[in-house]
Design a binder for this molecule. Sequence first.
Ligand code: DC
Length: 233
Amino acid sequence: MPKKNPSITIAIDGYSSTGKSTVAKRLAKELSYVYVDTGAMYRAITLYALENQYIDKKRFDKKSLITSLPNINIKFKFNKELGFAEMFLNDKNVEKDIRSLRVSNYVSPVATVPEIRKYLVKIQREYGKNKAVVMDGRDIGSVVFPDAELKIFLTADPKIRAERRLLELKEKGFKGNFEEIIQNVINRDRIDSTRADSPLKKVADAYEIDVSYINKEEQFQQILDLARERLAR
Ligand code: DC
Protein backbone atom coordinates (compact mmCIF):
# COMPACT_ATOMS: atom_id res chain seq x y z
CA MET A 1 0.00 0.00 0.00
CA PRO A 2 1.42 3.44 -0.85
CA LYS A 3 2.34 5.61 2.10
CA LYS A 4 -0.30 8.24 2.95
CA ASN A 5 1.96 11.13 3.80
CA PRO A 6 5.64 10.59 3.28
CA SER A 7 6.52 14.19 4.17
CA ILE A 8 8.72 14.79 7.19
CA THR A 9 9.98 17.74 9.19
CA ILE A 10 13.72 18.36 9.03
CA ALA A 11 15.29 20.47 11.78
CA ILE A 12 18.83 21.76 11.22
CA ASP A 13 20.35 23.43 14.26
CA GLY A 14 23.88 24.41 15.11
CA TYR A 15 26.46 27.09 15.64
CA SER A 16 26.72 30.17 13.44
CA SER A 17 28.53 29.81 10.12
CA THR A 18 28.36 26.03 9.95
CA GLY A 19 26.62 26.21 6.57
CA LYS A 20 23.15 25.51 7.98
CA SER A 21 21.25 27.70 5.56
CA THR A 22 23.22 26.62 2.49
CA VAL A 23 22.61 22.95 3.16
CA ALA A 24 18.99 23.48 4.29
CA LYS A 25 18.18 25.48 1.17
CA ARG A 26 19.65 22.82 -1.12
CA LEU A 27 17.97 20.00 0.73
CA ALA A 28 14.57 21.72 0.50
CA LYS A 29 15.06 22.16 -3.23
CA GLU A 30 16.06 18.52 -3.70
CA LEU A 31 13.02 17.24 -1.77
CA SER A 32 10.61 19.96 -3.04
CA TYR A 33 10.11 21.07 0.56
CA VAL A 34 9.64 24.54 1.98
CA TYR A 35 12.77 26.11 3.46
CA VAL A 36 12.55 28.44 6.47
CA ASP A 37 15.60 30.40 7.65
CA THR A 38 14.60 31.28 11.23
CA GLY A 39 17.84 33.22 11.78
CA ALA A 40 16.60 35.67 9.12
CA MET A 41 13.52 36.30 11.27
CA TYR A 42 15.62 37.19 14.35
CA ARG A 43 17.86 39.28 12.11
CA ALA A 44 14.88 41.24 10.68
CA ILE A 45 13.65 42.08 14.20
CA THR A 46 17.20 43.18 15.07
CA LEU A 47 17.37 45.43 12.01
CA TYR A 48 14.08 46.99 13.08
CA ALA A 49 15.47 47.55 16.60
CA LEU A 50 18.60 49.21 15.17
CA GLU A 51 16.64 51.41 12.76
CA ASN A 52 14.40 52.61 15.61
CA GLN A 53 17.30 53.15 18.04
CA TYR A 54 16.00 50.54 20.47
CA ILE A 55 19.45 48.98 20.65
CA ASP A 56 22.99 50.31 20.45
CA LYS A 57 26.34 49.75 22.16
CA LYS A 58 25.16 51.19 25.46
CA ARG A 59 21.53 50.21 25.84
CA PHE A 60 18.82 47.83 24.77
CA ASP A 61 15.25 49.08 25.23
CA LYS A 62 13.60 45.65 25.30
CA LYS A 63 10.28 47.05 26.46
CA SER A 64 9.82 49.31 23.43
CA LEU A 65 10.88 46.55 21.06
CA ILE A 66 8.38 44.13 22.61
CA THR A 67 5.61 46.76 22.41
CA SER A 68 6.47 47.30 18.74
CA LEU A 69 6.17 43.62 17.77
CA PRO A 70 2.66 44.01 16.30
CA ASN A 71 4.07 46.71 13.97
CA ILE A 72 6.88 44.51 12.70
CA ASN A 73 5.75 42.70 9.62
CA ILE A 74 8.21 40.04 8.52
CA LYS A 75 7.58 37.99 5.42
CA PHE A 76 9.50 35.64 3.17
CA LYS A 77 8.89 36.18 -0.53
CA PHE A 78 10.15 33.62 -3.01
CA ASN A 79 12.49 35.07 -5.62
CA LYS A 80 12.24 32.86 -8.71
CA GLU A 81 15.49 34.09 -10.23
CA LEU A 82 17.50 33.46 -7.07
CA GLY A 83 15.62 30.26 -6.27
CA PHE A 84 15.05 31.11 -2.62
CA ALA A 85 12.83 33.26 -0.40
CA GLU A 86 14.04 36.71 0.56
CA MET A 87 13.22 38.50 3.80
CA PHE A 88 10.94 41.54 3.71
CA LEU A 89 10.60 43.83 6.72
CA ASN A 90 7.47 46.01 6.57
CA ASP A 91 7.36 45.39 2.79
CA LYS A 92 11.00 46.36 2.18
CA ASN A 93 13.45 43.79 0.88
CA VAL A 94 16.07 43.53 3.63
CA GLU A 95 17.70 40.27 2.52
CA LYS A 96 21.08 41.95 2.16
CA ASP A 97 20.85 44.33 5.14
CA ILE A 98 20.10 41.56 7.64
CA ARG A 99 23.37 39.78 6.73
CA SER A 100 25.60 42.73 7.70
CA LEU A 101 28.11 42.39 10.54
CA ARG A 102 26.24 45.19 12.35
CA VAL A 103 23.09 43.06 12.53
CA SER A 104 25.19 39.97 13.42
CA ASN A 105 26.65 41.91 16.34
CA TYR A 106 23.26 42.68 17.89
CA VAL A 107 21.12 39.68 16.93
CA SER A 108 22.09 37.36 19.80
CA PRO A 109 21.00 39.75 22.60
CA VAL A 110 17.74 40.36 20.73
CA ALA A 111 17.23 36.58 20.45
CA THR A 112 17.47 36.19 24.24
CA VAL A 113 14.15 38.01 24.79
CA PRO A 114 11.43 35.44 25.58
CA GLU A 115 8.58 37.57 24.19
CA ILE A 116 10.38 37.84 20.85
CA ARG A 117 11.08 34.11 20.76
CA LYS A 118 7.46 33.31 21.56
CA TYR A 119 6.27 35.61 18.80
CA LEU A 120 8.57 34.05 16.20
CA VAL A 121 8.12 30.42 17.28
CA LYS A 122 4.39 30.78 16.69
CA ILE A 123 5.00 31.92 13.10
CA GLN A 124 7.59 29.15 12.59
CA ARG A 125 5.16 26.46 13.75
CA GLU A 126 2.58 27.82 11.34
CA TYR A 127 5.09 27.53 8.45
CA GLY A 128 5.79 23.92 9.36
CA LYS A 129 2.32 22.73 10.26
CA ASN A 130 1.95 20.62 7.09
CA LYS A 131 5.45 19.11 7.37
CA ALA A 132 7.51 18.95 4.15
CA VAL A 133 9.70 21.65 5.65
CA VAL A 134 13.40 22.15 6.24
CA MET A 135 13.92 24.71 9.00
CA ASP A 136 17.27 25.90 10.28
CA GLY A 137 18.11 27.77 13.48
CA ARG A 138 19.16 27.15 17.06
CA ASP A 139 16.07 25.68 18.75
CA ILE A 140 14.19 23.94 15.95
CA GLY A 141 14.76 20.37 17.15
CA SER A 142 14.52 21.31 20.83
CA VAL A 143 11.62 23.79 20.96
CA VAL A 144 9.93 24.59 17.64
CA PHE A 145 9.52 21.01 16.38
CA PRO A 146 10.60 18.59 19.12
CA ASP A 147 8.84 15.82 17.16
CA ALA A 148 10.75 16.45 13.92
CA GLU A 149 11.54 13.15 12.19
CA LEU A 150 15.09 14.25 11.34
CA LYS A 151 17.24 16.47 13.54
CA ILE A 152 20.72 17.58 12.58
CA PHE A 153 23.16 19.45 14.81
CA LEU A 154 26.09 21.14 13.06
CA THR A 155 29.34 22.10 14.74
CA ALA A 156 32.77 23.26 13.53
CA ASP A 157 35.98 24.81 14.81
CA PRO A 158 35.35 28.56 15.47
CA LYS A 159 38.43 29.58 13.46
CA ILE A 160 37.23 27.68 10.41
CA ARG A 161 33.76 29.15 10.80
CA ALA A 162 35.19 32.68 11.01
CA GLU A 163 37.26 32.11 7.85
CA ARG A 164 34.20 30.89 5.98
CA ARG A 165 32.12 33.79 7.26
CA LEU A 166 34.74 36.32 6.15
CA LEU A 167 34.72 34.84 2.65
CA GLU A 168 30.93 34.91 2.54
CA LEU A 169 30.74 38.53 3.67
CA LYS A 170 33.31 39.56 1.07
CA GLU A 171 31.34 37.74 -1.64
CA LYS A 172 28.27 39.74 -0.59
CA GLY A 173 30.21 43.00 -0.88
CA PHE A 174 30.64 43.67 2.86
CA LYS A 175 33.90 44.62 4.53
CA GLY A 176 35.22 42.78 7.54
CA ASN A 177 38.40 41.45 9.07
CA PHE A 178 39.18 38.10 10.64
CA GLU A 179 39.60 39.42 14.21
CA GLU A 180 36.26 41.19 14.15
CA ILE A 181 34.50 38.14 12.76
CA ILE A 182 35.98 35.56 15.10
CA GLN A 183 34.97 37.80 18.01
CA ASN A 184 31.42 37.88 16.66
CA VAL A 185 31.38 34.08 16.19
CA ILE A 186 32.67 33.46 19.75
CA ASN A 187 30.30 36.02 21.31
CA ARG A 188 27.29 34.63 19.51
CA ASP A 189 28.23 31.04 20.49
CA ARG A 190 28.38 32.14 24.11
CA ILE A 191 25.14 34.13 24.17
CA ASP A 192 23.19 31.58 22.07
CA SER A 193 24.29 28.61 24.22
CA THR A 194 23.92 30.20 27.64
CA ARG A 195 20.66 32.13 27.36
CA ALA A 196 17.87 31.05 29.70
CA ASP A 197 15.16 30.67 27.05
CA SER A 198 15.72 27.96 24.39
CA PRO A 199 19.54 27.83 24.47
CA LEU A 200 21.39 26.26 21.58
CA LYS A 201 22.06 22.64 22.51
CA LYS A 202 22.17 19.26 20.88
CA VAL A 203 19.12 17.20 21.78
CA ALA A 204 19.55 13.47 22.37
CA ASP A 205 17.91 12.39 19.10
CA ALA A 206 19.88 14.77 16.85
CA TYR A 207 22.72 13.67 14.56
CA GLU A 208 25.82 15.71 15.25
CA ILE A 209 27.97 16.48 12.23
CA ASP A 210 31.29 18.28 12.62
CA VAL A 211 31.78 20.16 9.35
CA SER A 212 35.28 21.52 10.09
CA TYR A 213 36.98 19.24 7.60
CA ILE A 214 34.25 18.29 5.16
CA ASN A 215 33.18 20.35 2.18
CA LYS A 216 29.70 21.61 1.34
CA GLU A 217 29.05 18.72 -1.03
CA GLU A 218 29.91 16.08 1.59
CA GLN A 219 27.82 17.92 4.18
CA PHE A 220 24.85 17.96 1.80
CA GLN A 221 25.20 14.27 0.83
CA GLN A 222 25.39 13.13 4.46
CA ILE A 223 22.22 14.99 5.38
CA LEU A 224 20.41 13.95 2.18
CA ASP A 225 21.23 10.29 2.93
CA LEU A 226 19.78 10.66 6.44
CA ALA A 227 16.65 12.32 5.02
CA ARG A 228 16.17 9.56 2.41
CA GLU A 229 16.64 6.94 5.09
CA ARG A 230 13.94 8.61 7.22
CA LEU A 231 11.59 8.94 4.23
CA ALA A 232 11.95 5.22 3.46
CA ARG A 233 10.84 4.17 6.94
O1 DC B 1 21.43 31.49 11.80
P1 DC B 1 21.85 32.96 11.95
O2 DC B 1 23.31 33.12 12.20
O3 DC B 1 21.35 33.81 10.84
O4 DC B 1 21.09 33.42 13.29
C1 DC B 1 21.26 34.71 13.83
C2 DC B 1 21.02 34.71 15.31
O5 DC B 1 19.65 34.51 15.60
C3 DC B 1 21.76 33.67 16.13
O6 DC B 1 23.00 34.16 16.59
C4 DC B 1 20.85 33.36 17.26
C5 DC B 1 19.48 33.72 16.76
N1 DC B 1 18.64 32.57 16.44
C6 DC B 1 17.96 31.97 17.47
O7 DC B 1 18.16 32.34 18.64
N2 DC B 1 17.09 30.96 17.23
C7 DC B 1 16.88 30.53 15.98
N3 DC B 1 16.01 29.54 15.75
C8 DC B 1 17.59 31.11 14.90
C9 DC B 1 18.48 32.13 15.16
